[in-house]
Design a protein. Sequence first.
Length: 244
Amino acid sequence: MSLFDHIREDVNSVLERDPAARSWLEVLLCYPGLWAVWIHRVSHFLWRSRLRLLARILSQVGRFFTGVDIHPGALLGRRLFIDHAAGVVIGETAIVGSDVTLYQGVTLGGTGKGHGKRHPTVCDRVFVGNNANLLGNITVGENSRVGAGSVVLSDVPPNSTVVGVPAHIVYRNGERVLITDPHDIKDPLSDALIALAARVEKLEEQLGGQAQPAEQFTAEAAEREAYRDELERLRQYVSMGEGI
Ligand SMILES: CC(C)(COP(=O)(O)OP(=O)(O)OC[C@H]1O[C@@H](n2cnc3c(N)ncnc32)[C@H](O)[C@@H]1OP(=O)(O)O)[C@@H](O)C(=O)NCCC(=O)NCCS
């Protein structure tokens, strides 16, 4: 593939993915995320040619002009789109597949503890929302989506959506995943919930079966469903009004 073909497919991928992009010229002139990827292609070549200091210097020049800090050792696939560019960091041993979209502020970083392969692997067609942090030698499977502001610390299966700090799955293969067990969210608050649930169970035992065993989270799920129905009803109502 010629250099021109690479540039053309990069520009086309921006035109396909960003509704704000109107023309070829606009994409060439106003998308620092693309410049960052192109500068990286050169610095990665220098890195592989063992001109490591030169590669680091070039990547820092790229960072100065684009706000995107990509280590020259990182492996980037084709048609990577870094939208809005500012503040994106991609570490040395990160691997990024093809057709990946990263928004501003995304970090593909290390945890500060590992050596060797210590940055994430992001598979094809993954979407990472703004300011998400993917930390450590983890893998985000194909077609998965990471919510804005999430902190992902463990592997994400393919075709999933994860959100939160730390991130948990909310969709898998198109199906909504509802958390029914606090063990599924590994943060200090869930530890408190687990302790509380154990205490309630013990108190119920002490009551000797007088209390009705509540079905876990059924009420919350029903409330959420009703709320979604109401939102959908309002949305339809508003969209009907738009035509008037
Ligand atoms: C993660 C994302 C892709 C999910 O979109 P979706 O598939 O439509 O998912 P939903 O909106 O149905 O959300 C599913 C649940 O996750 C929650 N959620 C969604 N995004 C979240 C986020 N970033 N952080 C925390 N929770 C989030 C929703 O509140 C909802 O929870 P609920 O059912 O308990 O109310 C989207 O919310 C997102 O974060 N996109 C990033 C956009 C972005 O970076 N834009 C930058 C523009 S400059």
